[in-house]
Design a protein around this ligand. Structure first.
Ligand code: ADP
Ligand code: MG
Length: 260
């Protein structure tokens, strides 16, 4: 049994404070949903936990068991058991998916064994095996990128996975396969999950233990799964005071906001 403990996490980007004190404890096998309006800092939270450069950590702590993650480079956080499925998965020209996961030697030092695992994972989520030989995420559709993130999760078997809008870009069948696979991993491998999303349909297969409402850089309320349905009906008005409509599809939902 492991614990991901986030305490009073505060962070800024380009001098603007985004995270204003986030507290959250996730244990092995638990699924925590985080729902909140656009621009409230959900992706910032996932990036700061994962160690993406460009953010200024102002205080607090993020630990997996007794390992403090803040201050470690991203790869060491991954070694400690953290995984981030990015809202906008990065394209890595020149590096095949197969080589990337073989190099990580997460579950085995035998490249053939890892490749077999990748093939098995691809089959489980309806991901074409040809993508395993292609450069990571290059020329993949939004939904294919999201399946690629899920495949990595299945092979790397992290202790904790943050899923930042994993559902965006997936069609209904893909969403069902992907969310079912992750739900399976919560019981088979005991992965603890933070699932950031706008839509409760993600939770038809992936069952949250708790739902957190995230707005204004912090968790404002925590409740049971029914909170997700309530939110979908009434929006965020109760938490942010003014009417915040549900997000419309962005013109390019896979553009990276951090890229110029
Ligand atoms: P969410 O994922 O909840 O939609 P984000 O964490 O992406 O929100 O963004 C939170 C806020 O931080 C937004 O107001 C966004 O414009 C701002 N922000 C994010 N990245 C940067 C950046 N690199 N420079 C300036 N502002 C940023
Ligand atoms: Mg986001």
């Amino acid at each position: 049994m492991s614990e991901l403990v986030i305490e009073d996490l505060r962070a800024a980007v380009h001098g603007k404070v985004i995270l204003e004190g986030v507290d959250l404890v996730v244990r092995s096998g638990e699924v925590h949903a985080i729902m909140g309006p656009n621009g409230s800092g959900k992706s910032t939270l996932s990036h700061v936990i994962a160690g993406r450069p460009g953010y200024e950590v102002l205080g607090g702590s993020v630990r997996i068991d007794d390992i403090e993650l803040l201050g470690l480079p991203a790869w060491q956080r991954a070694e400690a058991g953290l995984f981030l499925a990015m809202q906008y998965p990065t394209e890595v020209p020149g590096v095949a998916m197969r080589d990337m996961l073989t190099a990580s030697r997460a579950t085995s030092s035998d490249p053939d064994e890892i490749y077999e695992l990748m093939q098995a994972e691809a089959g489980r989520i309806g991901f074409d095996e040809k993508f395993l030989e292609r450069p990571v995420n290059v020329d993949l559709s939004g939904g294919e990128k999201k399946r690629n993130e899920t495949l990595q999760l299945g092979v790397l078997k992290p202790k904790f996975a943050i899923l930042d809008e994993l559902d965006s870009g997936l069609d209904v069948d893909a969403l069902r396969m992907v969310s079912h696979r992750i739900e399976e991993e919560t019981s088979q491998s005991g992965v603890g999950v933070i699932a950031i999303t706008h839509y409760s349909r993600l939770f038809e297969q992936l069952h949250p233990d708790v739902v957190h409402i995230f707005a204004k850089g912090r968790i404002l309320e925590t409740g049971g799964p029914q909170l997700a349905d309530e939110l979908e009906e009434s929006g965020y008005e109760r938490w942010v005071g003014t009417h915040v409509s549900q997000p419309a599809m962005a013109s390019d939902p896979f553009a990276d906001p951090l890229e110029p």
